[in-house]
Design a protein around this ligand. Structure first.
Ligand SMILES: NC(=O)c1ccc[n+]([C@@H]2O[C@H](COP(=O)([O-])OP(=O)(O)OC[C@H]3O[C@@H](n4cnc5c(N)ncnc54)[C@H](O)[C@@H]3O)[C@@H](O)[C@H]2O)c1
Length: 348
C-alpha cells in the first residue's frame, strides 16, 4: 500500500513510518521538522530504511504544496498527524495553533476531495475535545480520582466541548474529518487519543508527560536535584497507550475501512492501563530505585481530573485492544529515555 504520513518525523509518525517500511509499504513523509527531536527522527528513519522512502520538508499550512503532493502521489492512505500538539503553546499563540491544526487539516481534506477522493484519511484527534469534564461526578481514593458512573471509561457519545485553543482547533479538525465522509464520501476515520508514549518520543514539559516524568525519575539519581513540579495534587488519571498498540489500530483501520469509514473512536490504554501521576511515580520509583521528589502547583486551565477511554466500540469494530501493559510500557520508556539522555545530554 502507499501511505502519506503528515508529521511523519514526530513521535507517532516516525513509529508508524518505521512499521510500514519494515513491512514493505510505500511511504512518503511530510514534516516541517519544527518539533524538538523531529530532525533526529528523520536521521533515524534514514538510517533504518535508507532511501527506500521519500521525505518532503513542507508546512501543512501551505495548501498548494499539500494539494500538489496529494495530486502527485494519490496515496491509498494518509495518516494526518502533523499538528501543534501542546495546550500551553496554543494559549500563547492561538492563531498558529488554529492555522496548523484546523486549517492544516482542511488543507489535507480539500486536497483529497479534489484530487484523490478514494484515499483513506486517518486523523489523530484528542480527548481534549470533551473539555474539562467538570460536570461529571468524581470519587477519590488515596492515589487517584475515579468516575463511579463510568466503570469502563468514557465513550464517544460524551458531549463535545473544546476547551483551550488546542481543544477547539483539534475539535474543529475532528468534526471536519468526519464530515468529509458524510458530505463527500471520503473514507475518513477519527481517533480521539488519550496519552500516548513510546520510543522516538522527545518529551517536553508541555507535551508527552510520561516521557517527561521518566526524565525526572532518572534525574533523581542525583540527590542534589531540586524537586520537579506538577499541576494539581497528582491524583489526575489518564489511560496510557504504547506506540506499538496505537500503530496496530491505525493499520487495522485501513484494512477494515469498509467497517470504520466515517467513524470516531476513543483510543487509549483503557481502564487496565489507567494511571494517576501518583501511581506513575510509584511505578517509576520501583523501576529506578529513586523516590520521586515533587512540588504541587495550581491546576492547569481545563485539566481533566480523569480521562479513561471506553474501548468497547473500537474493540467491537476493529477487534482491537491494547496488548502492552503499563508496567512493560514504562520499562521500555525508561530505556528509551536513558538512550536519549546518553545521546542528547542537554535534553535532561
Ligand atoms: N502524543 C500524544 O499523547 C497525543 C495525544 C492526543 C493527540 N495527539 C495527536 O497526535 C498527533 C501526533 O502526535 P505526536 O505525539 O506524534 O506529536 P509530535 O509533536 O511528536 O509530532 C508532530 C509532528 O508534526 C510536525 N509538524 C508540526 N507542525 C507542522 C506543520 N505546520 N507542518 C508540518 N509538520 C508539522 C512536527 O515537526 C512533528 O514532527 C498530533 O496531531 C497530536 O495532536 C497526540
Amino acid at each position: 500500500m502507499s501511505w502519506l504520513i503528515t508529521g511523519g518525523c514526530g513521535f507517532v509518525g516516525s513509529n508508524l513510518a518505521h512499521d510500514l517500511l519494515s513491512s514493505g509499504e510505500t511511504v512518503v513523509v511530510l514534516d516541517n521538522l519544527s518539533r524538538q527531536g523531529s530532525p533526529e527522527n528523520l536521521t533515524w528513519l534514514r538510517s533504518q530504511h535508507g532511501r527506500d522512502w521519500q521525505f518532503v520538508q513542507a508546512d501543512i499550512r501551505d495548501r498548494d504544496r499539500v494539494a500538489d503532493l496529494v495530486r502527485e502521489l494519490r496515496p491509498q492512505a494518509i495518516a494526518h498527524l502533523a499538528g501543534q500538539v501542546a495546550m500551553t503553546t496554543s494559549i500563547q499563540d492561538p492563531r498558529l495553533d488554529f492555522e496548523v491544526n484546523a486549517l492544516g487539516t482542511l488543507n489535507v481534506l480539500e486536497a483529497v476531495r479534489l484530487y484523490s477522493s478514494e484515499t483513506i484519511v486517518l486523523y489523530s484527534s484528542t480527548n481534549k475535545v470533551y473539555g474539562s469534564l467538570e460536570e461529571l461526578t468524581y470519587g477519590e481514593t488515596e492515589t487517584r480520582y475515579t468516575l463511579p458512573d463510568y466503570p469502563h471509561g468514557l465513550a464517544e457519545t460524551l458531549q463535545l466541548d473544546g476547551c483551550s485553543p488546542y481543544g477547539c482547533s483539534k475539535l474543529a479538525a475532528d468534526q471536519y474529518v468526519r464530515d468529509y465522509h458524510r458530505v463527500y464520501g471520503i473514507p475518513t476515520v477519527v481517533f480521539r487519543h488519550s496519552s500516548m508514549y513510546g520510543g522516538r518520543q522527545f518529551a517536553t514539559y508541555d507535551q508527552g508527560w510520561i516521557g517527561w516524568f521518566c526524565l525526572q525519575a532518572l534525574a533523581m539519581s542525583d540527590s542534589q536535584i531540586p524537586p520537579f513540579t506538577i499541576s494539581g495534587n497528582g491524583k489526575q488519571v489518564r489511560d496510557v497507550l504504547h506506540a506499538q498498540d496505537l500503530i496496530r489500530a491505525y493499520r487495522l483501520a485501513v484494512t477494515q475501512i469498509d467497517r470504520c469509514a466515517g467513524e470516531i473512536y476513543n483510543l487509549g490504554g483503557g481502564m487496565a492501563n489507567s494511571l494517576s501521576l501518583l501511581e506513575l511515580f510509584a511505578i517509576l520509583t520501583e523501576l529506578t530505585g529513586y523516590p520521586l521528589r515533587f512540588r504541587s502547583l495550581d491546576w492547569r486551565h481545563g485539566d481533566q481530573k480523569v480521562f479513561v477511554a471506553d474501548l468497547a466500540k473500537v474493540n467491537q469494530h476493529l477487534g482491537w485492544s491494547p496488548t502492552v501493559s503499563k508496567q512493560d510500557g514504562l520499562r521500555m520508556m525508561l530505556d528509551w529515555t536513558e538512550e536519549v539522555q546518553a545521546r542528547v545530554p542537554t535534553l535532561s
